[in-house]
Design a protein around this ligand. Structure first.
Ligand code: GLU
Length: 438
């Protein structure tokens, strides 16, 4: 089966939807991560033993997830969990449901979680999980059975002291509640701290849902300040209108920035006078997708990235800024809301153009930072009010931004290389102190 809207993977699975070409990309996120890692490790003069250790994930788990579908048939899905590095604390990282996800991608995402937690200096290692499935064609009860069976298969890995999942692409509070319940049924008592991004009613943290988008706004504000660009009227284009992009757009608009373009899987909308973010959110609530939103003009999705604007926020998926479109990017600042939106090959093109890139492991670290707060609150059994969460988040992100910025100035490298240097050195320092167990 193959036509203009449907492609068949080499494995025989069918890929449907607007980003159907993504898996045909030759960009391997793990190799991209490694290219940046190698560069930073070389600049740090990392010794060859530690270099070898940090280049490998600690653990890669592949599980079969058999469930009965609503029609009575049995289907077996593939699940992954990669623990990249746990030297600084329990493994931490989200779980995504995605038809196109590969083990290499999960490895890259787990490594990014390791560096991300180290950049913001929270006491976690890095992990990532995934189930290869298309959530848009599965019912809620099928998704619940997948989640519970995946959790059961990984019951020895998960735990508040060992490996703590969170939401990621296509997973949410409800999925986290199922994970917490399944885990708690196995341990025979409620274990709230096994998962973050839960509903507030059952031990979630206030401010967690907005945390990643809020973090994007905070580091963008820091960047504009550093570049002596005004906040008011700064034109922002946001790719992706999910939990990250929509909140980032909303909060940036509240800061006086002008959101000149937004997009989701279905459509991209441009309005040079400023998109009304609240109206766009209301439209999506009613129609599920942005398509048809009357508050601007529709443009081809890819054109959003090269639009005339000051700040670009890629907050959707990996590998969207490539050597192919990087030369045409007009933004002066890129805030990477998504994980891995820029391929390694595009980095030097953006550098040559003088684009100030706030790298993903710093730009989207607000989510895991408030996950850390959630875990602390669960373990302490004492919950904070939202202003406290937001104030502590702001403090951590502003400090992290300044740490990365001063390292980048000291070594005359870009922000991405500086963020990798800072985090690799923090992880390496713990390895040196702990020594090698044999
Ligand atoms: N999935 C989010 C990320 O990529 C959050 C992870 C977490 O909170 O553990 O950063």
């Amino acid at each position: 089966m193959s036509d203009s809207t449907t492609k068949v993977r080499p494995s025989g699975q069918t890929v449907i939807g607007p980003d159907k070409d993504r898996f045909l990309s030759h960009d391997n996120p793990f190799e991209d991560m490694m290219a940046r890692f190698d560069h930073a490790a070389e600049l740090l003069g990392l010794d060859s033993g530690l270099y070898k250790v940090l280049r490998m994930p600690e653990k890669q788990i592949i599980v079969s997830v058999p469930i009965q579908l609503d029609n009575g048939e049995v289907e077996v899905f593939t699940g992954y969990r990669v623990l990249y590095n746990t030297s600084r604390g329990p493994a931490k990282g989200g779980i995504r449901f995605d038809l196109k996800v590969t083990l290499d991608e999960v490895k890259a995402l787990a490594a990014w979680m390791t560096w991300k937690c180290a950049v913001v200096n929270i006491p976690f290692g890095g992990a990532k999980g995934a189930v290869v499935c298309d959530p848009t064609v599965l019912s809620l009860s099928e998704l619940e059975r997948i989640t519970r069976r995946y959790t059961a298969a990984l019951i020895d890995t998960f735990g508040p002291e060992s490996d703590i999942p969170a939401p990621d692409v296509n997973t949410n509070e409800r999925v986290m509640a199922w994970i917490m319940d399944t885990y708690s049924m196995h341990t025979r008592h409620a274990v709230t701290a096994v998962v973050t991004g839960k509903p507030v009613e059952m031990g979630g943290s206030l401010g967690r849902r907005e945390a990643t988008g809020r973090g994007c706004m905070i580091v963008t504000r820091e960047a504009l300040n550093h570049l002596k660009m005004p906040l008011k009227g700064t034109r922002v284009a946001v790719q992706g209108f999910g939990n990250v992009g929509s909140v980032a757009a909303e909060l940036m608009a509240q800061e006086g920035m002008s959101i000149v373009a937004v997009s989701d899987n279905s459509s991209a909308i441009v309005n040079t006078k400023g998109v009304n973010v609240e109206a766009a959110l209301a439209w999506i609530k009613e129609h599920r997708y942005l398509k048809g939103f009357p508050g601007g003009e529709e443009i081809p999705g890819n054109d959003l990235l090269t639009l005339d604007c000051d700040v670009l926020v890629p907050a959707a998926v990996e590998n969207v800024i490539t050597p192919h479109n990087a030369p045409s990017i007009k933004a002066k600042v890129i805030c990477e809301g998504a994980n891995g939106p820029t391929t390694a090959g595009a980095d030097s093109i953006l550098d040559d153009k003088g684009v100030f890139v706030i790298p993903d492991i710093l730009a989207n670290a607000g989510g895991v930072t408030v996950s850390y707060f959630e875990w602390v609150q669960d373990r302490g059994g004492y919950f904070w009010d939202e202003p406290t969460v937001n104030e502590r988040l702001g403090r951590i992100l502003r400090t992290s931004f300044q740490d990365v910025l001063s390292l980048s100035q000291r070594h005359a490298v870009n922000m991405r290389t500086a963020a990798y240097m800072l985090s690799i050195e923090r992880v390496a320092a713990v390895h040196r102190l702990r020594g090698m167990y044999a």
